[in-house]
Design a protein around this ligand. Sequence first.
Ligand code: FAD
Length: 509
Amino acid sequence: MDHAPIRKTVIVGGGTAGWMTAAALSKILQGNVGAIELVESEQIGTIGVGEATIPQIATFNRTLGIDENEFVRATKGTFKLGIEFVNWGQKGDRYIHPFGPYGLDMEGVSFHAYFLKHHGKAYDRQTPEQYSLQAMAARQAKFMRPVNAGNSPLSKIAYAFHFDAGLYAKFLREFSEKRGVKRTEGKVVGVNQVAETGFIRSITLEDGREIDGDLFIDCTGFRGLLIEQTLKAGYNHWKHWLPCDRAAAVACTKTSPLLSYTRSTAHEFGWQWRIPLQHRTGNGMVYASDHVADDVAVERLLSCLDGEAIGDPRLLQFETGHRRKFWDKNCVAIGLSAGFLEPLESTSIHLIQSGISKLLQMFPDRHFRQADIDRYNRVTTFEYERVRDFIILHYNATQRDDSDFWNYVRTMQIPDYLQDKIDLFRSYGRVFRENEELFNDTSWFAVMIGQNIRPEGYDAVADVLSPEETARRLNEIRAVIAKSADHMPLQSDFIAQTCAAEELNPVAG
Ligand code: FAD
């Protein structure tokens, strides 16, 4: 068989996407599949936001062999057990979308079915939280890693991180350079293609240097220097479903207690994030420019901070959607160059990770077989669309009618796939994870219940347990979870003992 391995991979861009890609390729390919060079420009800089993640990031770090305490210390990170949504269903509502499952499945029947059977219609948005250790611990600002404790929920604690994305990129740069990645500082001013095929042959830097390669990874952020400006991959726009197109971001001084969850608070024209780090709190307002002026959004952000603002807010613009081709010819777009979904469920860094993992599954040789490229594009499109639907759910499943913004998202036509999910849930509370979509049935359940979608009945299979037995078991689950949460330390104590950033460590100090 004609084997033509990649001799050199060029990664253009050194934000979170560029350095995550460099780190993963250098670790997994171990220098056996050509050289890796990363080109970045300090003059252009990075987007510099992106602080909340989902649990899969821990797998990424583990695959790289990164010590978790070292990573949290280096990025001034904290632990995240879920997201609290405030004012989303109606003003005054609050619920947590926790990581990890609620309760446990019994007799082969999902916990959700028993929940709906037992509580009938007599539950509120926070009732499910009593069945989730992550939610109960988050409410009390607690955290610990899972321990070996048999069937106890303490052995299955699911968590992610909040961290400074700029420090993460720096951490991964060091990691990658140690594994042979060559970093080149310079601004790319030209992308050179092979005339007959349109494949990328090389890039030209401002000072005239030319860097050639076989495989090019476009990590240049929103501009998509290679994938769009050169290869014209095209873009699927989703503004009609997700009208937010701007963000203002600002950090503020940290507050106590150190919370172990992200908060997302809805406003009349968008929503605000709050992400606690060890040394500060990250904040931002995501908003729809068709519905509010920048200065009003910024003023609202500044008036809703928990601490003193650090510096001035940064304004960012984005277009929700994705490239029609994530991979075209010998160029793969990863990160913001591939597409963007607002950070409501903290998915962007995960989409980077997932792009890298799919690239490794279908790592090309110099033949760049179209079947591999097509599969990559197909599965990545599916992934983006399903995350999109989950995010749309938060907007569409609202009862708010206090602004044009909410009236629009509440009444808009939603994608058929999402409508089917909602219809299924409305009938007997059934939720399914389809194929390899990112969010599982627990996540769909959390948001649908949290935003007041009420099933008309419960799934009949839950009758395998009598009402009395169901009540007994659910009471027991609640008691075990409450006791487990009591047992957990405050996250601030946990961090002080294990992974406080050096200058912040009261234990070491
Ligand atoms: P960038 O950070 O923009 O990096 C681009 C790189 O390309 C830079 O190194 C730049 O120097 C280089 N470059 C560009 N042009 C050239 C050129 N001509 N020559 C040389 N180099 C060049 N994600 C999450 O997971 N969680 C969150 O909570 C979250 N919040 C977000 C909030 C907002 C408002 C936004 C906009 C994004 C958020 N994200 C979040 C997404 C996250 O910030 C990005 O996915 C992540 O930072 C990756 O960015 P990137 O590396 O693709 O692009």
